[in-house]
Design a protein around this ligand. Structure first.
Ligand SMILES: *Cc1c(COP(=O)(O)O)cnc(C)c1O
Length: 359
């Protein structure tokens, strides 16, 4: 239900509700939350209602709330960036809300008015502006979430929904150069399933294979397709790119891959540099052969948290394959990082119309 006239009820935290701000040098990722949050409710009778920005606090939910039992939950991940002159920007926020509406559709949850929610998000960030960090590479991580809250343990689409947005100041996400494990037993997603949307269950299911990879000394899992376990899909919860001489290659969106906004940004930036971009079906055996032949010069993951995350080593069927010197970020990976973060922080001219000013 799309009622654009919904009014946002803004309740500011009282001075005794304001939290002490964390040390900017010790933010880590996703550990601290700001003073306010956005919430709105939906039910079959009223549609969306009770739209509010209010002090951050715990929810009281019935133990029977459907989300706890059947995982009817979706989320998004995006960031607000502070420029040198103090302005605050969002990066392609409409794409996040469009994707979230697609996720909602797949899980039988209600669509929402993206324009209204974006307006509310800007208001929320403005209210918590002192929480947007200014150190290089740091940002305010934004987590829109939608959950099913009916107190009912029969299986059917929920009739009561809670949508909320919380925000968290985060430091630059420096993963270093990763070693990745090519997982050929467990899979992340299958075509026709929910791999193309952001829903909690997919991430819960990825924990065990990720732990097995970590036990073997690898930082990330490279996921293969769910049917033949032959074609490359994603790395951890990022999209993946292979750099060849003047050409980048990434798996095409086949229905089980999450359509990353960073992925799309990299493709558009590469095309603007007149690089060839190939989106296709990528066989792991071909990649291994190309690494051995020295044709794959860089590999990196792409996602909002790290922008790009360089990959230096790939473990496949008991053998390790090293890319480049295995230790440093490749030149092109770095160029993508500098260009995209440059646009996000207002340092590089935004020729794509990706930046949205908050204040
Ligand atoms: C969020 C996510 C990505 C990256 O998407 P961005 O929009 O670039 O942040 C890639 N893969 C998975 C599985 C994800 O959940």
């Amino acid at each position: 239900m799309l009622n654009r006239e919904l009014e946002i009820n803004v309740q500011k935290a009282s001075s005794d509700q304001l939290k002490t701000k964390p040390d900017p040098n010790n933010l880590g990722f996703g550990r601290f939350f700001t003073d306010h949050m956005f919430t709105m409710s939906w039910n079959r009778q009223q549609g969306w209602h009770n739209v509010a920005i209010r002090p951050y606090e715990s929810f009281v939910l019935d133990p029977a709330a459907m989300v706890f039992h059947y995982g009817q939950a979706i989320f998004e991940g995006m960031k607000a960036y502070r420029a040198k002159d103090g302005q605050i920007f969002l990066f392609r926020p409409n794409d996040n809300f469009t994707r979230m509406n697609n996720s909602a559709e797949r899980l039988c949850m209600p669509r929402f008015d993206a324009e209204m929610v974006l307006g509310a998000l800007k208001e929320l960030i403005t209210l918590d502006k002192d929480w947007v960090p200014s150190d290089a590479g740091s940002s305010l991580y934004i987590r829109p979430t939608m959950i099913a809250i009916d107190p009912f343990i029969g299986l059917r689409p929920a009739e009561e929904i809670l949508f909320y947005i919380i925000t968290s100041p985060v430091q630059a996400y420096l993963s270093g150069v990763s070693a990745i494990w090519v997982e050929d037993e467990y899979v992340r997603a299958v075509r026709g399933g929910v791999g193309a949307i952001k829903t909690g269950g997919s991430y819960a299911a990825s924990l065990y294979p990720s732990k097995l990879a970590a036990d073997k000394g690898y930082q990330q899992v490279l996921w293969l397709d769910g049917v033949e376990r032959k074609y490359i899909e994603e790395v951890g919860s990022m999209n993946i790119f292979f750099v060849y001489e003047n050409c980048i290659v990434t798996p095409h969106l086949n229905g089980s891959i999450l359509a990353g906004i960073t992925r799309d940004s990299i493709i558009k930036v590469a095309k603007s540099w007149e690089m060839e971009v190939i989106e296709g079906k990528i066989n792991i055996e071909d990649v291994v052969a190309d690494i051995k032949a020295g044709a794959v010069v860089e590999i990196f993951g792409a996602g909002t948290a790290a922008v790009v995350s360089p990959i230096g080593r790939l473990g496949y069927k008991g053998e390790d394959y090293v890319i480049g010197d295995g230790k440093s970020m490749g030149a092109l990976t770095k160029k993508f990082y500098d260009t995209i973060t440059g646009i996000q922080y207002g340092k590089v001219q935004d020729d794509f119309g990706w930046i949205e000013k908050v204040m």
